[in-house]
Ligand binder design. Structure first.
Ligand code: PSU
Ligand code: MN
Length: 307
């Protein structure tokens, strides 16, 4: 099968879908290798692909394996990502290193967006975006997910950002970077585990067709860069903001005490929150990813219908 770029390896299914104009939805792999414990991570990765197929689109989970950027993975590939300790967390800056060294890498939102765009994929589903960490005025810890959203033309469906981050500063930064942040069916910017964050959503749309039209308008106008589609966790799966807020504070305090920072910060916080909630946060996390997959497949179908 022809690939759109010499460094990308597409599965036959994804290559065929791209050639036929069948909607394709990209998925990241950091959430598998560094965002959830085994075996829930492999169950999630498998289920999310199933939901996207059921929604009439082709899933393309993205990772770097043996130095090859892979667009679409097999079940054994997913197992490797879910279990191997040799899988690096790969954001944009790490991508050339793992490729040139022939290593395995799980891609973050930033690097998944870039590889999806190289493959010609316009819609990407994840759980939560990276953003401006609390205390960033001292640490400068701002996820490359934000700068990537400013430059790479892919729509990213997430459940917003967790309050492990500074949500207000994250929204301000996205505004500066020219990234439309559009909530699905709500006026409130969602905070991952909770439907409310105390911050208004900058924009609201109510149907997948409207999201597709916004994407098309943005890129037709020559406004390169991403669209952040933020989809609140379903009511029945949410953890109230007051409840999860205390736990997040505890995890942040522990992180500071341990001196953890940089690329380890997000995986540490996610892992601690799962431990402290004895898995309840993991159940919520999986529910919101599945919910995002349903929306992402619909948006991909509507966007494909426009082209
Ligand atoms: N937020 C979550 N779950 C995740 C991540 C973020 O709720 O798994 C992952 C995503 O892959 C995201 C990355 O792109 O963490 C951000 O890491 P950093 O802050 O180091 O850029
Ligand atoms: Mn960071």
């Amino acid at each position: 099968m022809n690939t759109p770029h010499p460094d990308l390896v597409l599965t036959d299914e994804v290559a065929q879908a791209m050639a036929d104009g069948t909607p394709v939805v990209a998925l990241e792999s950091t959430i598998i290798s560094h965002g959830m414990p085994y075996p829930r991570n492999i169950e999630m990765a498998t289920e999310v692909e199933r939901i996207i197929r059921e929604g009439g689109a082709v899933p393309a989970t993205i990772a770097v394996l043996d130095g090859r950027a892979r667009i679409g993975l097999t079940q054994p590939d997913l197992e490797l990502l879910a279990t191997s300790p040799d899988v690096a967390k790969v954001s944009l800056r790490d991508l050339p290193y793992v490729v040139a060294q022939g290593r395995h890498g799980a891609t973050t939102v930033a690097s998944t967006m870039r590889l999806a765009a190289l493959a010609g994929i316009s819609v990407f589903v994840t759980g939560g975006l990276g953003g401006v960490h609390r205390g960033a005025e001292r640490t400068y810890d701002i996820s490359a997910d934000l700068t990537e959203l400013s430059t790479t033309s892919v729509a990213v469906v997430s459940a917003g950002v967790k309050s492990i981050l500074d949500i207000g500063l994250t929204l301000e930064t996205l505004e500066t970077l020219g990234v439309p942040v559009v909530a699905n069916g709500t006026d409130e910017f969602p905070a991952f585990f909770s439907r409310v964050s105390g911050h208004a959503a900058p924009m609201r749309l109510d149907t997948p067709a409207e999201f597709a039209a916004l994407m098309a308008a943005k890129w037709r106008l020559g406004l390169t860069g991403g669209v952040a589609i933020v989809n609140p966790i379903p009511v029945q799966d949410e953890i109230p903001a007051e409840e999860i807020g205390v736990i997040i504070e505890q995890a942040l305090t522990e992180m500071q005490r341990k001196g953890i920072h940089g690329k380890e910060a997000t995986p540490f916080l996610l892992g601690r929150i799962v431990e402290i909630t004895r898995g309840a946060s993991l159940t919520a996390n999986i529910a919101l990813v599945n919910n995002n997959a349903r929306l992402g497949a619909q948006v991909a179908r509507e966007y494909a219908a426009l082209n």
